[in-house]
Design a binder for this molecule. Structure first.
Ligand code: ADP
Ligand code: GN1
Ligand code: MG
Length: 366
């Protein structure tokens, strides 16, 4: 869809003259733009994003969550010279709001651009995995101290794997485009692993793992790493911050970092578990989160990657069966390809759960 980016940008409190814009990032849900202004001879960059309101149905609550978390984060960083690189900074609209609603009902927000840092879709070194996981772990620790009321549940049951399974069952029963025949092996895979789905929600219900404030979309490209040092400077993509289970956050880091293959890789022989990456992730996340994780959460870290990879695979498959209405797709069968990659990764993760357990035991002993 074409948007009048210059016009939309004019509703934010940004000095200077609009120069140009371009599409940015590779997310599956929102539309992200880089916008550039001339400020007294300097080119200053910002991020402008359209929130997908068919998925995030209450942008006011979503932005309230984000603003609360960012205010708190800024208070914790007070006095640091790099506070605006360590935490996202929202730009207000010209009428003093945190987001702008355009005449078509689209919700838009803008952030300061974090300079001299970047995101990676695939990690090449264990050092980066350690830094990224440490940043997400520190973010978890930060959120553990967030005062005030429970955050809004921006998408109810977002990481409720049994509920995702129920959505899949419904899509399969409907089979409205007749696509189930193309996905026989994947459907069989879901059926034979469905018992695993409830592990975290059951433990949560029994009080054996805590509800926390969690990020819920800790894909590796949602943390910015410093160009020079590789340090994880800033956690981004905060739409899904809400009450949740920390293990899904660690798990999504595993899902998106251990393999050298992309999320939609069609050559499944490339989907591998790089144990040195897993070790770096476990070390970074545990260190970053300080002492806020419970022994049960640490014990389940090896399993967490399997479970979220299952969940995301189920979601891709459900979207395929329903006609690709949720995730952006860029080719026919894209969601089915993504699902196959996830289930292959999940199988490989299950094959090395024993090894991952040893790694976590070694990391926690030090
Ligand atoms: P999506 O929901 O589409 O994944 P993100 O918020 O993750 O949206 O943004 C997409 C990409 O834009 C990120 O991967 C990152 O590279 C870049 N980006 C987002 N926010 C900033 C920022 N404040 N400064 C610099 N780059 C950013
Ligand atoms: C979506 O927006 P993005 O690309 O960071 C999705 C995540 C999935 C991810 C899979 C709101 O994240 O839950 O894990 O795709 N976000 C939403 O790549 O559904
Ligand atoms: Mg993102």
């Amino acid at each position: 869809m074409q948007h009048n980016v210059r016009e939309i940008a004019s509703h934010f409190d940004i000095w200077g003259d609009f120069l140009w814009y371009e599409r940015y990032g590779s997310g599956h849900i929102n539309d992200t733009y880089l916008i550039v202004f001339n400020q007294a001879g300097y080119q200053v960059r910002y991020i402008l994003q359209r929130i997908n309101t068919s998925i995030f149905k209450k942008p006011d609550e979503l932005m309230e969550n984000i603003a609360r978390v960012l205010d708190y984060s800024k208070r914790q960083l007070a006095g640091r010279k790099d506070a605006t690189r360590r935490s996202l900074t929202l730009l207000g609209t010209t009428d003093g709001k945190t987001y702008y609603t355009d005449p078509e009902g689209n919700a838009w927000r803008a952030y300061l651009f974090i300079e001299r840092a970047r995101t990676y879709d695939i990690l090449e070194s264990a050092k980066f995995a350690y830094e990224a996981a440490k940043a997400f772990g520190s973010f978890q620790r930060l959120l553990a101290g967030l005062p005030g009321e429970r955050l809004h549940e921006v998408i109810p049951n977002f990481h409720n794997t049994p509920s995702r399974l129920a959505d899949f069952d419904k899509a399969l029963a409907e089979n409205k485009l007749g696509r189930a025949a193309e996905a026989k092996a994947e459907i069989e895979f879901v059926q034979s692993h469905r018992d695993m789905a409830s592990v975290f929600v059951d433990l949560l219900a029994k009080g054996e793992i805590p509800e926390r404030v969690t990020h819920n979309d800790t894909k590796i490209n949602n943390v910015m790493l410093d160009d020079e040092t590789g340090e994880g400077v800033c956690v981004i993509d905060l739409d899904t911050i809400m009450p949740g289970v920390s293990l899904y956050d660690f798990g999504d880091l595993v899902r998106t970092s251990v393999s050298p293959a992309s999320e939609d890789e069609r050559d499944l022989s490339k989907v591998q578990v790089r144990m040195e990456m897993f070790e770096a992730l476990a070390k970074g996340f545990i260190e970053g989160s300080g002492d806020c994780l419970t022994p049960k959460e640490i014990e389940l870290m090896p399993f967490s990657g399997e479970l979220i990879t299952f969940e995301i695979g189920i979601r891709f498959l459900t979207d395929y069966l329903q006609g690709d209405t949720y995730f952006k797709t860029h080719r026919p069968g894209h969601n089915l390809d993504r699902c196959r990659t996830q289930f292959t990764l999940m199988q490989r993760l299950m094959d090395c759960e024993g090894e991952m357990k040893k790694v976590v035991a070694a990391v926690t002993k030090k």
